[in-house]
Design a protein around this ligand. Structure first.
Ligand SMILES: *Cc1c(COP(=O)(O)O)cnc(C)c1O
Length: 348
């Protein structure tokens, strides 16, 4: 029997992928179920959402849909890199720590070079050092810089920082990949348009997250440098990422993008994280090691509070960041959830 949610407060803060699909995505999913349509992406939903994304990013980009973020990142890297190339990313990057070597595997051996990061954000000086300290034939040729927005530690690059990284990458001859598993939360928090964020960072390929922002499943891979997208459809197919009933990956995006539901939900998740962070900050024994800038809250909890939260059935990750507990908020997190967690943390 599944745990009774009334008894087990549970999983709403463990990850933003513990939430269900949001109503707008679900309604579009159900609507797309009504009639027979062409398979493998030759359907009108897929065409329409691809056009919507081109409008959103204000450029004729190439758009693909895959089942998850590991595939999106791994295949995006493989499209940018030959086997003798290297990818510069932060030591906290999902690409490095959580993809089981997928980017190396799908690129046929491209090496990942780890750059120092501060609060999850890449240090430009570290990128430059990695990209320039060797230029001989014996070293894997730096080709791509990958940044995560928002970062794995829930922080955000500012638009000025994106400018700097974009300019630096192009000066060094590097392509720019963005892991945007939670890109919507960044857009909502930065108050800039998706197109502006991409322009500032001079992004060549964006993995646009769907699952964590309220889709049932699926991510988009968007190439702003269309030359990189050549034969990408074959990579997706070979990797087992071409959905035969593609409409179920794509139609929910239509629901999300209409009337800006994706940004409304992302702003809500960010606001819930803000409420939670403020509540934790008011508890004297709790430290917040990173600023809460999107929908993640990291809190260093004293053992007594951690044990109490565990005993009361709350789930959250403790393996991301140094010694802190991570609480993720989603489109589905309510003020009641946040206040219940905080009440339990305070021992009420
Ligand atoms: C969740 C996540 C992904 C995607 O992970 P999958 O489990 O493969 O869908 C990618 N990048 C970041 C930063 C993530 O948090």
């Amino acid at each position: 029997m599944p745990p009774d949610p009334a008894v087990m407060p549970g999983y709403q803060f463990a990850s933003d992928n513990t939430a269900g699909a949001c109503p707008e995505a679900l309604a579009a999913f159900v609507e797309a179920n009504a009639a027979a349509v062409p398979s493998y992406g030759n359907d009108r939903y897929t065409a329409e959402v691809s056009d919507r994304l081109r409008e959103l990013f204000e450029t004729p980009c190439e758009v693909f849909f895959v089942f998850n973020g590991t595939a999106a990142n791994s295949l995006a890297v493989s499209a940018c890199c030959r086997p003798y190339h290297s990818v510069i990313c932060s030591d906290m990057a999902h690409l490095e720590t959580d993809e089981c070597g997928g980017p190396e595997f799908f690129s046929g051996g491209s090496k990942i070079l780890l750059a120092a990061s501060h609060q999850g954000k890449l240090d430009p000086a570290a990128i430059e050092e990695l990209a320039t300290h060797r230029s001989d034939i014996h070293y894997p040729k730096p080709r791509l810089v990958s940044l995560t927005l928002p970062t794995e530690l829930g922080t955000l690059y500012t638009l000025e920082e994106l400018d700097e990284l974009g300019r630096l990458a192009k000066r060094l001859g590097l392509r720019v990949h963005v892991d945007g598993a939670r890109f919507a939360n960044a857009v909502a928090a930065l108050g800039a348009t998706p197109a502006e964020i991409v322009r500032r960072g001079q992004v060549d390929v964006l993995c646009l997250g769907g699952t964590k922002i309220g889709l049932p499943v699926g991510e988009a891979v968007i190439f702003f440098d269309c030359d990189l997208a050549g034969e990408f459809a074959y990579r997706c197919k070979q990797a087992g990422q071409l959905a035969s009933k593609m409409r179920f990956l794509t139609a929910p995006w239509l629901g999300m993008l209409s009337s800006d539901a994706w940004l409304r939900h992302a702003a809500h998740a960010n606001a819930m994280a803000g409420r939670l962070a403020a509540g934790f900050a008011a508890i004297p024994e709790v430290e917040l090691p990173y600023p809460t800038q999107a929908n993640a809250v990291f809190a260093a909890l004293p053992r007594a509070i951690h044990q109490r939260l565990q005993a009361r059935g709350w789930h959250y990750y403790t393996f991301i960041g140094q010694g802190a507990a991570r609480f993720m908020c989603s489109w589905a997190t309510t003020e009641t959830d946040v206040d219940a967690l905080l009440g339990d943390a305070r021992g009420e």
